[in-house]
Structure formats: structure tokens, C-alpha cells
Design a protein around this ligand. Structure first.
Ligand code: GCW
Length: 724
């Protein structure tokens, strides 16, 4: 008998390792499969006996459905919805929807968690023990339900629950870069929005999109590209947008749109788009009023103006503040906001492009309406694998700023490469701006801890496309997840986020969790190393942004020097790097002291940003004792070795993973290893034409000569539509 029990137990334990279902990745991190550890399963079955949640509001209704479906899956039995709480009941609600919650929680107490926050606690009331999810508003109830489910998905103990979760970040928003038929240049494949079917036909995927976003606290979405399409502001499209907004509403996800400054001319047939013109003012007001008739809780507009060919107020000799305030006034009566992007650079090529946003916006601090927030990329250039934090953070105390992170992997191998981006978001959020002395982290600037920002927020350029698994690469899902978690709580660590995601997405097996989350956290540094080590930047293949192109110089198709690679790396026989120190473009002066001095002095400048700020001789000695040239080659090599190790680890993990998702990643890792090698070899042979030095020992010799890399074209990368 004992032997039989032992056998049964070991079979049960094995179940933990055996993939039960084929998985296509559609369910993301909300998988809700039966808790696989029998003891833990038993524990949950004893601890949770039913639930009580009023379905008076659409949001509580979806919270109830989520709870019901999830518990049925996780516990393997359907739990009763009860009208009288007993031991083990989950009681969820607000004081308005639950008399029990009203009895137990004062308004003041609930206010501690804020408008969207919640409490999850074990409570004993009238002699009965139950689990409470209490919130001021319905959305807090839904977020609390997702939190409790996450704990169960992660097999956590529920005995001494005393969770209070709140956020200071008001706008947690995705920016889709979708054109009407396709994502921007194919970075994410085709668009998820089936415009030709809307408003009549609603793909069930729209509901799952909203669920997934709500599960990580995302509360807004800009449906289309910042390179805006004016059609969205016509009644035909307003109706389509309204249909999506109706689907998202119960999940607390508000819809926003990208606006184009010249819409009054293109749709309204006016002969100007001057923000101070009275007809232009009237047109925006009328258009906003109409939009709000379709979508009463419309969030507002995001605007890309005077940047990369987009029109803007500067075309009319007006300022960014004039442009933003015009739109702000149009949406203000309805409670809308304007997210005005600070990613600007004009067609006059400046001495140093990265200085432009700071120079253009800083003087207007305090000149924007209260419902305007500036959307600032994490770094001063353009989502490069590594950039220093943007100098505007901390420099505009009177104007709310929200960081924009890129979830889609424009410079990180699109949907083909595995790169967990939380470390790069974290690097920015935890950077110390020193704007108010030591400890003035970017996170504290943007969440209002050390500022009085009336609006706070974070934007993420979405990596969601039409793929069945949403992001093409299974690990792309982890970047969507990480963005949401950090938008709610910008102080979380990459390690915590990776662990949560792996447990929910794959397994709770400790060893497997440690191995997968371990390489995820390393993957960003690996990607930096095989692309742009030591502060190199913008040396990708022009146009596609996928492979390397450090040789890219001006040509008739791309006449702007600041769209070339040579503009940024400035390699010559003496050395390499962009001198932005006080003896160069002096971009360092845009930072507060002592960050400014840190970046300015080559001796103390962090080595991972060295070539961002300095032109350094090939013989310059680094902390390792090696010369710059040797170190650069070795870092490139490390990057390739690193991704090979991930590949080997993934292969070893095969027995613990389901076949479909294993294969999704395996097949891509083959390409990633190949591409990393191409990046390393191409950059080494190219820079060698300047350094004229031998490739150091320990570096795998390049496979081909420079001509080969220059001529190389990828033919097997989804998203590289029409790439040369
Ligand atoms: O990263 C660059 C991209 C453009 C993008 C632009 C921006 C949407 O190459 O495709 O346009 O930034 O952020 O506006």
C-alpha cells in the first residue's frame, strides 16, 4: 500500500513537469490550469469555498466571471456563488455593492488605497472567516480579483493576507503603432483591429485584450499610430472606435486617439491649422464634442508634432504649448487629456540631435494647460538598446511628464529575438536625476512623489499584433506584462516581474522558474552586447532597424546625417564615439550636477555609456585593464556567447515545457543566435577598418568580410516587409 501511495505521489509530482495541453500562447499569463501540486491544490480547496460578489455593475460582473472561470480551472471544481458569506467565502466589492464591505471598511480606510486600489485581507466577521477584496470603486474590485488569482496561480499561501495595493500613476496606457492595415513598418506584424469588420462585428479577442490589460492594471489605449491617420476623426471611424470602447469599458480601459495637427485642413477643409486661428479652435472643439457623443469617457489625444515630417504648431510660428493647449481646451470640458510627445527633431540637422527635445521643451515649463502631459521617451534619442535617461526628467517641475517605453522591439529584433525589457525600463525608472538632490529617481519625478504633477502616467508602445499568441514571440508577452506591472508600481524589480510571469505563463516548478527568469533578466544586457556595447548607438541597418549597418552613411534616399550610423559612432583612426562632453556637443550640460560631471569626465563616465558621451581612443584603457578595442570585441563576443547559452538552456528545458510554446521559442532562438553573430562580426570587421588592430584572443573570428555583411539581406524575419 505504502509503495502504491508513493507511486501515486510521484506520478502526481511528475504531472508538475509534464505539459498537459498543447498551448498556442493565446491565454497569455491568464492560464488558470489546475493547480498541479496536490497538497497545494488541497489547501486551496479547503481555504476557498465560494464567492460573493454583486454583479450590479458591468465591472463587477466581469470580475465575477473572471473569478468563477479562474477558480473552476485552478481548483478543478466550480465554486458556488453564495448570498450569505460562510467560512472560506471570497467577499469582493465596494461599500455600494456589498453591505458586508460597507460594514467593515470606512470610506477613509478605502481611500488609503486610492481610486483604483484595493485591499485583500483575511477577515473574521461575526464569527466567520473569509477573504475580502475591498475597494472604493468597481475597478479596484476587478484589480483585486486579478491580484488574488495571481497569488493562486503562483501557489502562494493565503493565510495571513494583508495586501493594500495602490498606484500613483493615473494613466497607464498602451500606444499601438498600428496603421489601419498593419503595425508601423511591420514591427509587430498586422494590426489587431479589424477596422473593416467594425462596428458590427466584434472579435472576441477584443474582450480578451481588455481582460489581459486589466489584469496588469493598464487603463488606457491609443488604438493607432502617432503618425496619425485623420480618418479616425471622421464619424465613420468614431463609430468603430466607440464599438471598441464599449467592449473595453467594463475592464477599465479607456480609448484615446492619435491626432494630427492638420486634421482641420484635411477633414475640415480649412486653409490653415494655425493653433491660434479661431476657425481651427472651433473645429477642434466641434470634433471633440462629437467624439464625446460617441464615446462619453473618451480619454483624449496623443500628438506627434513637428517630428519626422509630421506637421505641428512650429509650421505656423507657434509653440508646442500653443499646439497642445488648443487641443487641451477642446477636450477639457469632457475631462480629456492631451499627451504631447517630446520626441521632436526638425529637418534642420542640429549639431547633436539628442539635445533638441530638451532645448525645445524646457523653456515652456509651466506654459501648458493642466490637462496636458508631455510624453518623453526613456532616453534622449530613440529607444536604443541602451541610452542614458532623458534629461527632461526632473527638468520640468511645472509640467507633468510621462515616460514612453517601447514594448515592441524595434531595435531588439522585432518578434524574432528573445529580450526581456523590464531591465531597461527599470534602468530608466531607477536612474537618479538629482533634480532635488540625491534620490530624485525618475520614478519619483513621474509618479508625483517629488513633484506636484496633477496628471501622472506611463506609456508603452505596444507589441501586440494579429498573431494568435498576440506578440509573435512567446517572450514578447513578458514585455507587455512587465510594462503593465511597472506602470502600476514603478519600483518593482525586473527579477520579481520575471518570476511572476514565468510562474503564470509556464510553471511553478522552482528550478524551472529560476532558470527561465534568470536568463530573462540577463537577456537585455546580452542584446546590448551583441548590438551596441559600451554606449554605441544607432548603428542599425537603416530603414529596417533589424540588422547591423554601422557603415551606413548619407545616400540620396536618406539625406539626413542624423539618420545615418556614422553620424552617431564617429569612428576614425584615432577612436570611436560621440563627444557630448563639455569639449564636444555639451549634451551633458542638460543633466543636473553631479550626473553632468559623471557623464562629462571620461575617467568616471559609466563604461556602459562611454561611447554615448565620449570619443575615445582605440587604446584607451578600461577598468578591466584592456584597451577599448579589445574590450569592444570581447563584449560583442560575450553577447553572442550569452545568447548561445540561453539557447542551450532552452533546449535543456524542453522536457518541462509544452511542445508548441517550446518550439515557438526554439525556432526563433536559432535565428537570434545567427543574427547576434552577424551583428558582432559585422561591427567588428567594420570598426577594424578604423582601429587597424588585431582581433583579441578569446573572440571567435568573424565568419565573413565586410562586403559580405554589407550585402547581406534577411529573408526569414516576420515584419521585414519589403526590406532590402
Ligand atoms: O522609433 C522611431 C521609429 C518611427 C516612429 C518614431 C516615433 C512612429 O523609427 O517609426 O514613428 O520613432 O516614435 O515617433
Amino acid at each position: 500500500m505504502k509503495a502504491l501511495i508513493k507511486l501515486l505521489v510521484s506520478v502526481f509530482l511528475l504531472v508538475d513537469f509534464i505539459p498537459l495541453n498543447a498551448e498556442d500562447g493565446y491565454r497569455l499569463w491568464l492560464r488558470y490550469d489546475l493547480v498541479s501540486n496536490p497538497e497545494i491544490l488541497e489547501y486551496y480547496r479547503e481555504t476557498i469555498t465560494g464567492y460573493m460578489i454583486s454583479d450590479d455593475s458591468p465591472t463587477c460582473k466581469v470580475a465575477e466571471t473572471e473569478l468563477q472561470n479562474a477558480l473552476t480551472g485552478l481548483l478543478g471544481r466550480s465554486l458556488p456563488s453564495v448570498s450569505v458569506a460562510g467560512n472560506g467565502t471570497i467577499v469582493a466589492g465596494t461599500p455600494e455593492t456589498s453591505s458586508l464591505i460597507a460594514e467593515m471598511y470606512s470610506e477613509n480606510k478605502l481611500q488609503e488605497a486610492g481610486d483604483e486600489g484595493y485591499f485583500i485581507e483575511n477577515t473574521r466577521h461575526n464569527g466567520i472567516n473569509f477573504i475580502v477584496i475591498a475597494a472604493k470603486n468597481d475597478i479596484g474590485v476587478l484589480y483585486g480579483v486579478f491580484h488574488l488569482l495571481r497569488m493562486i496561480q503562483m501557489n502562494q499561501n493565503l493565510d495571513n493576507l494583508s495586501v493594500m495595493s495602490s498606484t500613483k500613476m493615473k494613466v497607464r496606457i498602451l500606444n499601438h503603432w498600428d496603421m489601419l492595415p498593419m503595425g508601423e513598418r511591420g514591427f509587430t506584424g498586422n494590426t489587431i483591429w479589424k477596422w473593416n469588420e467594425l462596428p458590427g462585428k466584434l472579435d472576441p479577442r477584443y474582450t480578451d485584450y481588455a481582460r489581459a490589460n486589466a489584469s496588469i492594471g493598464i487603463n488606457g489605449t491609443v488604438l493607432t499610430n502617432v503618425n496619425a491617420d485623420v480618418r479616425l476623426l471622421t464619424p465613420e471611424y468614431m463609430e468603430k472606435v466607440a464599438a471598441l470602447a464599449d467592449v473595453f469599458r467594463p475592464y477599465g480601459v479607456r480609448v484615446y486617439l492619435a491626432a494630427k495637427v492638420t486634421a482641420p485642413m484635411e477633414i475640415g477643409k480649412l486653409n490653415t491649422a494655425d493653433p491660434l486661428d479661431k476657425d481651427v479652435i472651433a473645429w477642434w472643439k466641434k470634433t471633440a464634442d462629437e467624439l464625446y457623443k460617441y464615446i462619453p469617457d473618451f480619454g483624449g489625444f496623443v500628438v506627434k508634432a513637428n517630428s519626422e515630417g509630421q506637421p505641428g504648431p512650429l509650421d505656423y510660428n507657434r509653440t508646442h504649448a500653443d499646439g497642445a493647449n488648443l487641443l487641451a481646451d477642446a477636450v477639457a470640458p469632457h475631462g480629456g487629456i492631451i499627451m504631447w510627445r517630446a520626441f521632436v527633431y526638425d529637418n534642420k540637422v542640429p549639431e547633436d540631435r539628442i539635445k533638441q527635445p530638451f532645448n525645445e521643451f524646457m523653456p515652456f515649463d509651466g506654459k501648458f494647460r493642466k490637462n496636458v502631459i508631455l510624453q518623453v521617451k526613456n532616453g534622449p534619442l530613440d529607444f536604443q538598446p541602451r541610452e542614458p535617461f532623458h534629461p527632461l526628467f526632473g527638468a520640468m517641475p511645472e509640467t507633468p511628464l510621462m515616460p514612453e517605453f517601447q514594448i515592441l522591439q524595434e531595435y531588439f529584433g522585432f518578434t524574432t529575438h528573445l529580450t526581456f525589457l523590464a531591465p531597461s525600463y527599470e534602468e530608466c525608472l531607477k536612474a537618479d536625476t538629482y533634480c532635488m538632490g540625491e534620490g530624485s529617481l525618475v520614478a519619483k519625478v513621474i509618479d508625483g512623489t517629488i513633484t506636484d504633477y496633477p496628471i501622472t502616467g506611463m506609456a508603452g508602445v505596444s507589441n501586440i499584433g494579429a498573431d494568435r499568441n498576440w506578440t509573435g514571440h512567446i517572450f514578447g508577452q513578458s514585455n507587455w506584462y512587465a510594462f503593465g506591472r511597472l506602470a502600476w508600481d514603478p519600483y518593482m524589480s525586473s527579477e520579481e516581474i520575471a518570476e511572476e510571469w514565468v510562474r503564470m505563463t509556464f510553471t511553478n516548478d522552482e528550478d524551472v522558474v529560476g532558470r527561465i527568469s534568470g536568463f530573462m533578466v540577463e537577456s537585455r544586457e546580452i542584446a546590448v552586447n551583441y548590438r551596441t556595447p559600451l554606449g554605441l548607438h544607432h548603428i542599425m541597418y537603416a530603414g529596417t532597424h533589424y540588422g547591423p549597418g554601422p557603415w551606413f552613411d548619407r545616400d540620396p534616399r536618406d539625406p539626413r546625417p542624423d539618420w545615418t550610423s556614422v553620424y552617431y559612432h564617429r569612428a576614425d583612426e584615432k577612436g570611436v564615439g560621440f563627444n557630448r562632453s563639455s569639449s564636444g556637443s555639451n549634451a551633458v550640460a542638460q543633466y543636473f550636477s553631479p550626473v553632468r560631471e559623471l557623464f562629462d569626465k571620461v575617467e568616471i563616465c559609466p563604461e556602459n555609456l562611454l561611447l554615448w558621451f565620449h570619443h575615445v581612443s582605440w587604446d584607451h584603457k578600461l577598468k578591466s585593464g584592456r584597451t577599448l578595442w579589445d574590450e569592444m570585441c570581447l563584449r560583442y563576443n560575450e553577447g553572442v556567447e550569452g545568447i548561445r547559452e540561453i539557447q542551450t538552456e532552452w533546449d535543456r528545458l524542453k522536457p518541462f515545457l509544452d511542445a508548441e510554446r517550446y518550439e515557438n521559442v526554439r525556432e526563433r532562438l536559432v535565428k537570434q543566435v545567427r543574427d547576434a553573430r552577424i551583428w558582432k562580426d559585422a561591427c567588428i570587421v567594420y570598426f577594424q577598418t578604423f582601429s587597424k588592430k588585431a582581433i583579441p584572443e578569446g573572440v571567435e573570428p568573424p565568419e565573413h568580410n565586410l562586403e559580405w555583411y554589407k550585402a547581406h539581406r534577411y529573408t526569414d524575419i516576420p515584419g521585414l516587409f519589403g526590406a532590402p
